[in-house]
Design a protein around this ligand. Structure first.
Ligand code: HAS
Length: 552
């Protein structure tokens, strides 16, 4: 492994090998997406009264839901982030990653992790949902799989930092290029955030699952899970933000307003993503109420960088549309490239996220949360965020990334455009149904088809949800048709596809140098986490008395 700058002659070979591993990481994400879609179909059908889990050779709705959640939010998102933000650093710093071995190791760690977790779930040894709450006790392979997936992301960060260090040696005093900056900050944020679940799994759950210790403390495990469990949503989101900020303005012919503002936004995510976990535990007894309110305040702080993002992106889109002849206060929107599948997917991802973000504000308000917590309102919220803002962006990025990595021209562009409309229409129905039923008290995580206590008023919303979900699965299937159609094309048919990078109106030279002090921001982030969490762990009543249960 070398950390010094490679001579330009060597750049080609290393880059080719690294792109190959990044491509396989991306495909691994697609495997997760495919499994998640299959399970999504069963869930949508269940809403419409068809409970088909037995026919699908699954033991229960919960086995399917575990596979759905793990596939979508761990496999698809992690693998995509690993691939996209490795390539982003390479492109931005105009050099290969410091170590090809680490790029390959990240892929293998993720792939073995996925294989272990998938085996445990499919063998019905780990029906614990993606939150893996104890005292449900899965097979240890599930935990080891999760650990390996997380390690794959740590390897990416290590490689990013080595590459950045080598670049800084060659470019003393220069500001960090924006794409590299946002890619690295995303992974630093995630590394800090992932320590909670790492301690939970390595220190408490694996020994317990192996029978080395008999009992565990479920509340402590929940606190550690949500230490990671909220910032994880930003680990899913930030690669999408990277694309929205850096590539979309270029694709619509516009410019990004300011390098410094974007760096500031990502620093705010580094600072405020983690000290908020208790907003998932507003209703948990045994956690101090005052600390819950502190976490609520931090949650409103982490809302802010997304608001800045909304305004900045709108400005970049308007700039592009007006460059292309768009006019008026809103009529310029028509001038955006609505025929470009990658752009359309990401515009719909942004639109979905407006509603997803607003519903996040509802969840975050401690008192209003009492109305929606543990109801189907919550999956309504997260299918607009991770299920649309993130998933649709991944599909949109794939529409240029697969040609970029394979040299094959995207197939069936019009079908790809239609796919995004279908997903957006589907999720509008799907989330509307879930949210409306949730407000009327429908619990989340229950097989509607088997419910014996369904309210009359939920029935219409279940049908709406079921139709919306079916449209989303249809759209996902079209995505695979487009990607497979592309892969079947002749190599070289794409010509030279570039990794798009937008120009900025106010460039890096106008950004305050302090923004690039990654060590400083990491330290501030740690301080905020200590303020938010030390009192939680000090005041916790440690209670290692629960044995494990296997209820499936
Ligand atoms: Fe959340 C629960 C609060 C964002 C995912 N969230 C969840 C769960 C998931 C999830 C999976 O406070 C369930 C976990 C479980 O299983 O129990 N969430 C928030 C808040 C935000 C937020 C305040 N969530 C996300 C994101 C997610 C995600 C992002 C995934 C990627 N969430 C909560 C809370 C709970 C919760 C509580 C616990 C609920 C409970 O009781 O269990 C904020 O970060 C949201 C900020 C977003 C915005 C929107 C900005 C809009 C933008 C788009 C611009 C649009 C343009 C339009 C330019 C302020 C950036 C252009 C288009 C044209 C066509 C012109």
């Amino acid at each position: 492994m070398t950390t010094t700058a490679r001579p330009p002659a060597d750049l080609g070979t290393a880059e080719i090998a690294q792109k190959k591993w990044a491509k396989w990481q991306l495909y691994l994400g697609f495997v997760g997406f495919f499994l998640g879609l299959l399970m999504g179909l069963l869930q949508a059908l269940d809403r419409m009264g068809f409970y088909l889990y037995k026919e699908a050779q699954l033991s229960s709705y919960y086995q399917g839901l575990t596979l759905h959640g793990v596939s979508m939010v761990f496999i698809l998102t992690f693998a995509f982030g690993n691939a996209f933000l490795t390539l982003g650093v390479m492109r931005s710093l105009e050099r290969p990653m410091a170590s090809t071995m680490l790029v390959a190791a990240s892929f293998w760690s993720a792939a073995i992790g996925v294989a272990l977790a998938a085996w445990a779930i499919l063998a019905n040894q780990a029906t614990v949902l993606y939150t893996m709450y104890s005292p449900l006790r899965p097979h240890v392979a599930f935990y080891i799989g999760a650990v390996l997936l997380v390690i794959s992301t740590w390897i990416v960060l290590l490689n990013q930092l080595l590459t950045l260090r080598a670049w800084r040696k060659d470019h003393p005093g220069e500001p960090i290029p924006l794409l590299a900056f946002v890619s690295v900050v995303t992974y630093i944020m995630w590394f800090i955030a992932s320590l909670g679940v790492a301690i939970e799994v390595l220190v408490f759950l694996i020994p317990w699952s192996l029978g080395l210790v008999q009992n565990t403390d479920p509340l402590l495990n929940r606190i550690l899970f949500w230490f990671t469990g909220h910032p994880i949503v930003y680990f899913w989101l930030l690669p999408a933000y990277v694309s929205w900020y850096i590539t979309v303005p270029k694709m619509v012919g516009g410019r990004l307003y300011s390098d410094g503002v974007v760096k500031g936004v990502f620093i705010l995510f580094l600072l405020f993503s983690t000290p908020v976990g208790l907003h998932h535990q507003f209703t948990d007894p045994g956690v101090d109420e005052g600390l819950k309110l502190l976490h609520m305040l931090f949650t409103f702080a982490v809302f802010f960088p997304s608001l800045v993002t909304a305004f900045t992106l709108m400005a970049a889109l308007e700039d592009g549309a007006k460059h292309n002849g768009g006019k008026g206060l809103v009529a310029w929107i028509r001038q955006l490239p609505w025929g470009n599948p990658s752009v359309v997917a990401q515009l719909f991802a942004m639109l979905g996220f407006v509603l997803g973000g607003v519903s996040g504000l509802i969840n975050a308000s401690a008192t209003v949360n009492l109305v929606v917590h543990n109801t189907s309102f919550i999956p309504g919220h997260f299918h607009l965020t991770v299920g649309t803002a993130v998933a649709l962006t991944i599909m949109g990025v794939s529409y240029w990334l697969v040609p970029y990595l394979t040299g094959k021209k995207l197939c069936c562009r019009r079908l790809a455009v239609a796919q995004s409309w279908l997903w957006f229409g589907g999720v509008m129905l799907f989330s509307r149904g879930l949210m409306a039923a949730g407000i009327e008290g429908q619990p989340r995580r229950v097989p509607v088809g088997l419910m014996t206590y369904a309210e009359e008023s939920w029935k219409l919303w279940d049908i709406v949800t079921g139709i919306g979900g079916t449209l989303m699965v249809t759209s996902g299937t079209i995505f695979f048709i487009v990607i497979i159609g592309t892969l079947l094309r002749k190599k070289g048919s794409a010509g030279a596809v570039e990794f798009p990078i937008a120009d900025t109106v106010y460039g890096p030279e106008q950004s305050p140098a302090i923004l690039d002090r990654l060590g400083l921001w990491t330290a501030v982030s740690v301080v905020l986490i200590l303020i938010a969490y030390v009192p939680v762990f000090v005041s916790h009543y440690y209670n290692f008395t629960s044995p494990g249960f296997v209820r499936w």
